[in-house]
Design a protein around this ligand. Sequence first.
Ligand code: TRP
Length: 448
Amino acid sequence: MERDKFSSKFGVIAAAAGSAIGLGNIWKFPYITGKNGGAAFIFVYLICIILVGTVVMVSELSLGRRAQANSSGAFKKLKPSSKWYYTGYLAVATSFIILATYSIIAGWVLSYFCSSITGKLTTIAPDNLASYFETLTGNTPMVLFFSLLVIIITAFIVISGVQNGIEKYSKILMPILFVTLIILIIRSVTLDGAEKGLEFLFKPDFSQLTAQSVLEALGHSFYSLSLGMGVIITYGSYIKKEENLASLSLKVIAADTIVALMAGVVIFPAVFAYGFEPGAGPSLIFITLPAVFQGMPFGSFFESLFFLLVGIAAITSTISLLEVSVSFLTEEFHMDRKKAAIFLSAGVFLLSIPAILSFGAWSGVKIFGLSIFDLFDYISSYIFLPIGGILTSIFVGWVWGTKNAFKEISNDGLYSFKGYKFYNIIIKYIAPIAIFMILLYSTNIIKL
Ligand code: TRP
């Protein structure tokens, strides 16, 4: 049977950018930028993306396309009779756990979207927004409902297939996302006092920069580009032979980075214009922003648009996370696509229940000092994700080999591509070492 494939270049870019652009760009990037002093952090982030992100992304795409297989099958095909395919198992486990926590936050977003369309959110006094957020996250049945909704939408799209599901919906949703962002930017930068926010974003103050922010930037670049856990390998396997992988990667990375910056341009000018603090952390979009929207003319309209935008960004990422394990089960265990998607979605939902409860009845339960939600997030994003990234770069750099990777990237020499030396050094040395540093840092083995 012919493998399901993305039908067009725009389809590939929309799907891969859809995976990359997510809560990481609109929720996390602005708040870690806020915490790390703004422009100087962005500068470091850009260096990480250009040096390491591009190289790892193009490597993952080439792995997937050459092997024509899912994230575990790819290692098996390119290095038969070795244990490398366990890297794919790790990827499946990681994407599965990330999906459980991701769908919870996406569920909060959907709930905020609903309460902004009904106008309820604008009736809450700014001082009460923090407790509103806490009440919502602690309301277990409500959060269960909204995260289940996220999982059902995700499963529906994935069941429809690569071309008729993932590609089709990404092609519709990504342009809507861009247009929404542009409308919101226009609103935000035309507010009185918006310049201070722009200055915060674009005028670097390097004194704010610490070694810790550098590792945070590098870690976030992996997360934001969906690297290190098989998503890009899997999508690579759906890309036609004639496409130019290097140019596709650059486009996806550019889109991801531009959206992260645009999200900053939506958020910070508005936050500064209304005299709020930029460093609120994870609650920036759930507590600070609703207060900002309340002060704005037609605030609830812009607020609904904003949460629609975040919701779209989240769904195009959850489909890529689910696709990793769906393609794994369909190819390695010959399960039917629909069955695999339903089975996995049920699993993700079950896994998310203890994490949801950890904001409510189980808030006292601590494992290694972390709540269940934080533990899932920590294991997946800070331990498994970097390990997956290190293994993937070592595999491409040393096992499968940069010559083979390069052959696939250049379509057997059809596309000239001068970066071989640079590519070779980064994937063999810089990427694994740099990611290893993230791992040491996030496991507290080194303290900065
Ligand atoms: N990149 C997405 C974001 O920025 C999240 C995501 C989707 C992801 N798939 C992934 C992160 C795979 C790591 C690996 O929100």
